[in-house]
Design a protein around this ligand. Structure first.
Ligand SMILES: NC(=O)c1ccc[n+]([C@@H]2O[C@H](COP(=O)([O-])OP(=O)(O)OC[C@H]3O[C@@H](n4cnc5c(N)ncnc54)[C@H](O)[C@@H]3O)[C@@H](O)[C@H]2O)c1
Length: 311
């Protein structure tokens, strides 16, 4: 019996990349899957429901159960329809994986209003919109006395948790998604909902286009363990989705065979005064603190990426 037997899942952006791998693994583990995908370009333009439908066809050909949805996660009514599709088709909703995403990278000084708004819209508002409608259903079920484990899995990024130059829009959205996950885990616990997010790294059309990274990611193709393969991300997502999992409120970093647990913003040093600081007094007291902030990422892939950047 699969780890997701009888569970109903919605996966946004499930037509390609990571979302497609999540959908295929979820179905193989016994879940009934609503594969959502707008089917647009990597920058968010256009739409094509065949992206979601082709994954549904793959799943059904393997004997699984799935249905396609082509709504945009940014559309409030579309997000409502997406959640309703799960309930109307499969009778319930246990798992929501917010994964849909686009990229419109630009240095802050050159970024246009549209580049900022569109990325915030898909990632931050899109994650909120679908979660909001799912939460309404989960609250109603809990109020009826149904005590079933529900799992929300959001997709953050190292870009938001560590800060990636060129991604003011995307990084801000992804940091916001990590915060939204923590809040959801606290607010929705009473409705039996666990909430976690992942910060993945894998070869997809989004990373293939990243200068320097795209080339490195193809080097493992054909090797015994293709560590950049997008399917490497999905076992963690399936684990977080499974009924037996107890994790909530966490962010995980996942790439290849590495799965790391993040600790959120943590106060690591402090100065104290019994009265209000003067500016000069505070300057003197904080002199020992590092002038420049650094974020730490461990693991052999991170070390390799650092070396590639010449750090
Ligand atoms: N690939 C990585 O290394 C990496 C790293 C960090 C975070 N992520 C995140 O993982 C998620 C999946 O990205 P991917 O790398 O698989 O890219 P991808 O482009 O292969 O897949 C993203 C999918 O989302 C869909 N989508 C975009 N906008 C949508 C919308 N408004 N409504 C519904 N669907 C929409 C796209 O059509 C696409 O099929 C994204 O949130 C991305 O930011 C990926």
């Amino acid at each position: 019996m699969g780890s997701l037997e009888g569970r109903v899942a919605v996966i946004t952006g499930g037509g390609r990349g990571l979302g497609r791998e999540h959908a295929l693994l979820f179905a193989a583990e016994g879940a009934k899957v609503v594969v959502n995908d707008l089917g647009g370009s990597a920058e968010g333009g256009g739409s094509d429901v065949s992206a979601a439908q082709s994954v549904v066809d793959e799943i059904t050909a393997l004997g699984g159960e799935a249905v396609a949805n082509g709504d945009s996660v940014t559309d409030w009514e579309g997000a409502r329809r997406l959640i309703a599709t799960a309930i109307d088709t499969f009778g319930d909703l246990h798992i929501l994986v917010n994964n849909a995403g686009i990229l419109r990278d630009r240095l802050l000084v050159n970024m246009s209003e549209d580049e900022f708004d569109s990325v915030i819209n898909v990632h931050l508002k899109g994650t909120f919109a679908v979660t909001r409608h799912a939460a309404e259903y989960w609250r109603a079920e809990a109020k009826k006395g149904v005590e079933i484990d529900r799992s929300l899995i959001n997709t953050s990024s190292g870009s938001g948790l560590h800060g990636n130059p060129g991604q003011t829009n995307y990084g801000a959205a992804k940091a916001g998604i990590a915060a939204m996950t923590q809040i959801a885990s606290k607010e929705l616990e009473r409705y039996h909902v666990r909430a976690n997010c992942i910060a993945p790294v894998a070869r997809t059309r989004l990373t293939e286009a990243t200068p320097g990274l795209g080339q490195v990611m193809t080097e493992t193709i054909g090797s015994d363990f293709d560590s950049w393969h997008p399917a490497n991300i999905s076992p963690l997502v399936a684990l977080l989705a499974s009924e037996k999992c107890e994790f909530t409120g966490h962010a995980f970093r996942v790439m290849g065979g590495e799965v790391g647990l993040y600790q959120g913003w943590t106060v690591v040093d402090q100065v104290e005064s019994d009265s209000r600081w003067t500016v000069e007094g505070l300057a003197a007291a904080t002199k020992h603190m590092p002038a420049k902030a650094e974020s730490k990422v461990s693991g052999k892939h991170a070390e390799k990426a650092k070396a590639n950047r010449g750090e």
